[in-house]
Design a protein around this ligand. Structure first.
Ligand SMILES: [Zn+2]
Length: 73
């Protein structure tokens, strides 16, 4: 079993402002407001949450899925 990383650095695509965020384990965060330029970020198509789209680390459910997936799948 690998370790799930709970901290992700979200980078605003508009102003480039980065902030370290603690991800909720039970739910995906769909919206995120940049504290610098106040742009409201939404996930890219196909991504489940803002951490998957703009974070340095994907969200916990995605990390778990990657871990459980057989190699090559
Ligand atoms: Zn911003």
């Amino acid at each position: 079993m690998g370790t799930i990383v709970l901290e992700s650095e979200l980078t605003c695509p508009r102003c480039g402002h980065a902030k370290r965020m603690l991800m909720p384990t039970g739910a995906c965060q769909f919206f995120y407001e940049c504290e610098n330029c106040h742009a409201v970020l939404r996930p890219n198509p196909g991504d489940c949450c803002v951490f998957c789209s703009f974070g340095s680390v994907k969200c916990p459910p995605q990390q778990q899925q990657t871990m459980n997936a057989p190699p090559g799948a």
